[in-house]
Structures are given as structure tokens and as C-alpha cells.
Write a protein that binds this ligand. Structure first.
Ligand code: PMP
Length: 321
């Protein structure tokens, strides 16, 4: 139910090596059906009627529906362009006795921003006197650029003892369609998590688990090359757009790049994205869809997890717009 032992052992070894957190694979690691199931199970396990959960807009789209389904309320705090960092004073103002959970996503989809060690200190001091649980969506932990360090919730005992941290084999091993991820948490939180996982999923496709366990054992260095692999794609995509009328600040992490199209059109981002897809054949996501109350901004999210030819063809089209 919690995942094959071989894969849980690999996850525990990797987590200890990366973040210095020693895990018991039997009680602190669960293999899930993608990060999607892990996020859902974690939210359903801990959020109950009347609870509040702080999330940051623009927010990955699965958080709010899961919170609402659990009977909770999503308290949405906006991050502001162009840096998309968190204003911890606003988090402090939003916290009260109903605050059950804070969901943190770093590196961040859709903005490509990352949290730094100062953010982690601010977070620690804010929650120190509370019972708030942290849910870390760290699926892009290895897709981080320009020498930045991924600030996992697992790095400090103070944060990790109240955290469920989620990752995705889909992102790290180029296997999005396999839908395998995992959740790491201390035993008391993990036993609650498994009560939901048991009836949402029970167990994840076994052959795929063996394949990933074998690959992790035979190619332990794989994820070390991932920052470079995607940084080259980011640099290629950004360089190709230099002569376009799109404006951008290179992403700090993830395989997403935000671009501002204010010089090209005053259409809303949903209108412009639709037109770009149907008329020019280049698909993007309008950033407004990740907000409860979108601010006025002309920004699209492109994905650069594509081969060089595709990036060149897309940029060719975008530079003519
Ligand atoms: N969280 C974030 C921030 C994501 O971008 C994604 C995938 N788009 C997921 C979770 C879900 O990951 P998985 O494909 O492993 O279910």
C-alpha cells in the first residue's frame, strides 16, 4: 500500500543525501499516483470543515478544489510581479486559530520563482508558536537555475517535523505520463496521510515502481544533470525571444517561462493565448487562470520542456508577432 520497499529505500537514501534528513522508509515514505494524488490525499487527510489553508496566487490549480472538497477555505495571498516573492507580513496577518495548513510550492509553477533561505527563516518564525502543518509541493526540486540551492522544507528539523513534502518522478525522470510521485512526512503525519491514500489509490502500478527503483539504483547521478539540462533550454528559449516584442525575466526554476505581451496587444491573457494557439499554432497558458482575483497583467506561461527544433520553430513564429 505504501509502495514497494525497494523504491521507498531509494527515496529515503536520496532524501538523506540531498537534504540531510534521515527517513525510515517504512513509516515516513509513501509512493503515490503522481504528485497530484499526494497533494489531494494530504489535503483531505488534514483539512476539515472550517479550517483555513493559506495558498499563494498565482497557485497551481489542484490546491483550491481539494481544500474546498475537504470543507476548508483557501486563503489566497497574491505574490507580485515581476519577482513573485512572498510578503511574509501578509501571511502573518492572514494567520489565525483556524489556519490549519500553508501550501508552499518551490520552484514555483506557474511563475518560475523560488523561495530562498531567508523565506525559510521567516516561515519558521511565523509558525513556531502554532500547530500549522506545512505542505511542500517540491516537484521541481531539481529544476533550478543559475547555481541556486533548492530550499526544501526537509532541510531543517524545525520545519520538517510538521511538513508533508511531495515530489514527482514525472518531473525528475521525464516520465510525466507514468503518474508516480511520493510523499515524505514524519510517522504521525504519514499515518494520517495513508488513511486517505489507502482509499484514494491503495497502491501504485507495481511494474513502474520496480522500473524507477532500478533506474535510481543504476543511475544515481541522473538528477544532478537536470539543472543544466533545463537551464540550457531556458537560455535557448529566452535568447531566441530577444528580438521579439515579448518581455521576460528568465525563470529561476521549473520548465516554465513567463512572458509579458503588453507591447503586442491589450487583449486579456485568455483571449490572447487562445488567438496565439488557434492562429499561430503556439500554445501557452494565460497566467490569470491561476488566480482567484487576477490582477491586470498581460502575461502568458510558456513551457520550454521541448526539443531544440520545437523551441526554434515556436520562437520563429513568436518573433513575427
Ligand atoms: N504540482 C505542481 C506544481 C505541478 O506543476 C504538477 C504537474 N503539473 C504537479 C504538482 C502534479 O505532478 P504529477 O504529474 O506528478 O501528478
Amino acid at each position: 500500500m505504501s509502495g514497494i520497499p525497494q523504491l521507498r529505500a531509494q527515496i529515503a537514501a536520496k532524501t538523506e543525501q540531498l537534504y540531510g534528513r534521515k527517513l525510515d522508509p517504512d513509516t515516513e515514505v509513501t509512493v503515490t499516483s503522481g504528485a497530484t494524488e499526494a497533494l489531494f490525499s494530504a489535503i483531505e487527510a488534514f483539512v476539515h470543515s472550517g479550517d483555513e489553508v493559506i495558498i499563494f496566487d498565482p497557485a497551481y490549480d489542484s490546491y483550491a478544489p481539494a481544500i474546498i472538497l475537504a470543507g476548508g477555505q483557501a486563503i489566497r495571498i497574491s505574490m507580485h510581479a515581476p519577482k513573485f516573492d512572498i510578503d511574509w507580513n501578509r501571511v502573518s496577518d492572514a494567520m489565525n486559530e483556524k489556519t490549519r495548513m500553508i501550501i508552499l510550492n518551490t520552484p514555483h509553477n506557474p511563475t518560475g520563482s523560488t523561495l530562498n533561505s531567508e523565506d525559510m527563516l521567516q516561515l519558521s518564525s511565523l509558525i513556531r508558536e502554532t500547530d500549522v502543518i506545512l505542505l511542500g509541493d517540491e516537484v521541481y526540486e531539481h529544476i533550478i537555475f543559475d547555481g541556486r540551492r533548492h530550499e526544501s522544507l526537509l532541510r531543517t528539523p524545525e520545519l520538517s517535523r510538521r511538513s508533508l513534502v511531495i515530489s514527482s518522478f514525472g518531473k525528475t525522470y521525464h516520465a510525466t505520463g507514468w503518474k508516480i510521485g511520493y510523499c515524505v512526512a514524519p510517522p504521525d503525519l504519514m499515518s494520517e496521510f495513508r488513511r486517505v491514500h489507502q482509499f484514494v489509490q491503495f497502491c501504485v502500478a507495481t511494474p513502474l515502481q520496480y522500473a524507477l527503483a532500478d533506474f535510481m539504483a543504476s543511475t544515481p547521478e541522473h538528477y544532478l544533470n537536470l539543472p543544466n539540462f533545463y537551464e540550457e533550454k531556458r537560455d535557448q528559449f529566452c535568447a531566441l525571444l530577444t528580438s521579439s516584442r515579448f518581455r521576460l525575466t528568465p525563470s529561476a526554476g521549473t520548465y516554465f517561462q513567463l512572458v509579458d505581451y503588453s507591447e503586442i496587444s491589450s487583449e486579456t491573457d485568455t483571449e490572447f493565448a487562445r488567438r496565439l494557439t488557434t492562429e499561430s499554432g503556439v500554445a501557452s497558458i494565460p497566467i490569470s487562470v491561476f488566480y482567484a482575483a487576477p490582477p491586470k497583467q498581460n502575461v502568458l506561461r510558456f513551457c520550454f520542456a521541448k526539443d531544440s527544433d520545437t523551441l526554434e520553430q515556436a520562437a520563429d513564429i513568436l518573433c513575427k508577432i
